[in-house]
Design a protein around this ligand. Structure first.
Ligand code: ATP
Ligand code: MG
Ligand code: MG
Length: 542
């Protein structure tokens, strides 16, 4: 990330120069309650890149303090996605491994008179905390003695109370202008099964209490989080100080990344998955890293996009086209060039009677190191319907028309002699002739074709389902379900060239003149499913 400067990097440089720290240690702390999305990539890339640029370290820490919503499926997907992005955590930790220490530190708070057990209901507590325009009022249980609080908290831990019957609250300041400081709840009772600690605990620390301790325990120097936690920073500092943690991390907030027409909240994404409105977390339309991987986005495109959008203090919204342009740039540089027709039109070559002709061609004419593939030519071909026009074309038409000759990529010139229609007048076939002398690579230059188009040989072609995607949702104020784009997944049946059967094609490919595509997991031996990653050219007008 050389040359990539931002305000957090500046702080880190200062902290190293002033000898406040001699090493930079960051962490990425996802809650394992869903799959990672492109917003998380901003936190991942910046945490890893910033630490690495100082020779520092980055931990992956699962912030698993909320047993009801968490699952190992999510833990595993998060590990996989981070590795796919190209990062290796220095250590992998679980916040739940610190439950004992968090509990012990809560005892310190109680003994100092800085925490108390409250018997009020959640509603009563919430009312008592007041609002931005009114002060809070002290809980009637606020002045319990240290001894009573210790006994009650032990009873909470030992499972003597029901969920919601009691909580532990920090005793800070009910008249603080910062709502987070109005005696926040720091422990609650839950009998949910925890994915890591099982049923060992029935009290769980709240995020604002747990997170600073997790950072301090791991010796995190710079704890980067998104902007909505700015108002939580005084509480963060309070917790570290009052629990007497020896190492003091510093919380720094950065702006969240938003993308137009893209929902980036695990809660909503989970709703889409659970209600089967999408094909799982890795649906190619989802903004999840697994969805983007399935669709064919590359890790380097995502890293470049994140670094290219910078890291500012403010939340920002970028266009989908911007993300797509990073993807396109990356694919342009590395992809095999293949042929496929989305809208097939049958072509019969009247004067070709040599059976099947194999032609060896480079996978990428600009990069010999990619190797070669075999394409076929015969009497029976498909071209794309859109490459033929019936009415007499003007001079801008650089494709096929009756009486006009075009070049087929890597093969011959063909000339349209006759147009066949069905009873309803739809064009169903073209009869053409080819000229043997025009074979690609022979240096033929007696006349110029009216453009070059792609084709596939019909008897060797593979059936293909082309998945063409649009935005899954549109921006707006209406509820999510009403903003869903019903036409976000268009399926078209066509053909791709035979080489699709022989090549592995784990990466995205370029279908010449059509777009960038990646083979989908639903492909079968009979039908290859291809996800359109991005179009060839941007429709984006600056
Ligand atoms: P969501 O709202 O999607 O559930 P979250 O913030 O609750 O996201 P966490 O698992 O807590 O999800 O996220 C881990 C880290 O990723 C946090 O530090 C969070 O700030 C960061 N993060 C999540 N979404 C974004 C985003 N859109 N832009 C930047 N950082 C993000
Ligand atoms: Mg969170
Ligand atoms: Mg969330």
């Amino acid at each position: 990330m050389e040359n990539h400067s931002n305000f957090i990097k500046t702080i880190m440089i200062q902290d190293l120069e002033s000898k406040k720290h001699d090493e930079i240690i960051t962490r990425f702390p996802p809650e394992p309650n869903g799959y990672l999305h492109i917003g998380h990539a901003r936190a991942i890339v910046n945490n890893f890149e910033l630490a690495a640029s100082f020779g520092g370290r980055t931990n992956l820490r699962f912030d698993d303090t909320n047993p009801g919503k968490e699952d190992v499926e999510y833990v595993n997907s998060i590990k996989e996605d981070i590795a796919w992005l190209g990062y290796t955590p220095n250590q992998i930790y679980y916040a739940s491994d610190y439950f004992q220490e968090m509990f012990d530190r809560a005892i310190i708070l109680i003994k100092k008179g800085k925490a108390f057990v409250d018997d009020q209901t959640a509603d009563e507590i919430s009312k008592g905390r007041g609002s931005l325009t009114s002060k809070g009022i002290d809980s009637p249980f606020r002045d319990r003695s240290v001894e009573e609080n210790l006994t009650l908290f032990m009873n909470m831990k030992n499972g003597l109370y029901k969920e919601g019957e009691k909580v532990l609250r920090a005793k800070i300041d009910m008249s603080s202008p910062n709502m987070n400081m109005r005696d926040p709840v720091i422990y609650r009772i839950s009998f949910a099964h925890h994915h890591n600690t099982g049923d060992k605990w029935c009290i769980y620390p709240m995020y604002d209490y747990a997170h600073p301790l997790e950072d301090a325990i791991e010796g995190i120097t710079h704890s980067l989080c998104s902007l909505e936690f700015e108002d939580h920073r005084p509480l963060y500092d309070w917790v570290v100080r009052e629990t007497e943690m020896p190492l003091v991390p510093r919380q720094i907030e950065f702006g969240r990344l938003n993308i137009e027409n893209t929902v980036m909240s695990k809660r909503y994404l989970k709703e889409l998955v659970d209600s089967k409105l999408v094909d799982g977390w890795d649906d190619p339309r989802m903004p999840t890293l697994s969805g983007m991987r399935r669709r064919g986005y590359t890790p380097s495109a995502i890293r470049n996009f994140i670094l290219g959008t910078g890291l500012s203090r403010m939340n920002s919204t970028v266009s989908t086209e911007m993300l797509e342009s990073f993807v396109r740039d990356d694919l342009q540089a590395h992809s095999a060039k293949m042929m496929g027709v989305i809208n097939p039109l049958k072509v019969t070559v009247l004067n070709y009677d040599k059976g099947l002709e194999a032609i060896e061609v480079p996978l990428d004419p600009n990069d010999a190191s990619m190797g070669t593939k075999t394409i076929y030519f015969s009497k029976h071909l498909y071209i794309d319907h859109d490459d033929f026009i019936e009415e007499k074309p003007n001079k801008h038409w650089k494709r096929l028309a009756k009486g006009i000759e075009v070049r087929l990529f890597h093969a011959y010139f063909i000339k349209c002699e006759e147009v066949i229609k069905d009873d309803e007048g739809n064009i169903i076939e073209l009869k053409v002739t080819y000229d043997e002398k025009t074979k690609s690579g022979t240096g033929f230059d007696e006349r110029k074709p009216n453009g070059t188009i792609h084709f596939v040989e019909a008897t060797t072609a593979v059936k293909a389902q082309f998945n063409l995607f649009g935005p899954l949702v549109f921006d707006g104020d209406a509820p999510l379900v009403e903003r869903l784009n019903k036409d976000s997944w268009e399926k078209r049946m066509g053909y791709v060239e035979h080489a699709f059967k022989q090549l592995e094609l784990k990466e995205g490919i370029q279908l010449m003149r059509v777009g960038f595509f990646k083979k989908d997991k639903h492909s079968t031996d009979e039908v290859i499913h291809l996800n359109r990653i991005v179009e060839l050219k941007s429709s984006f007008k600056k």
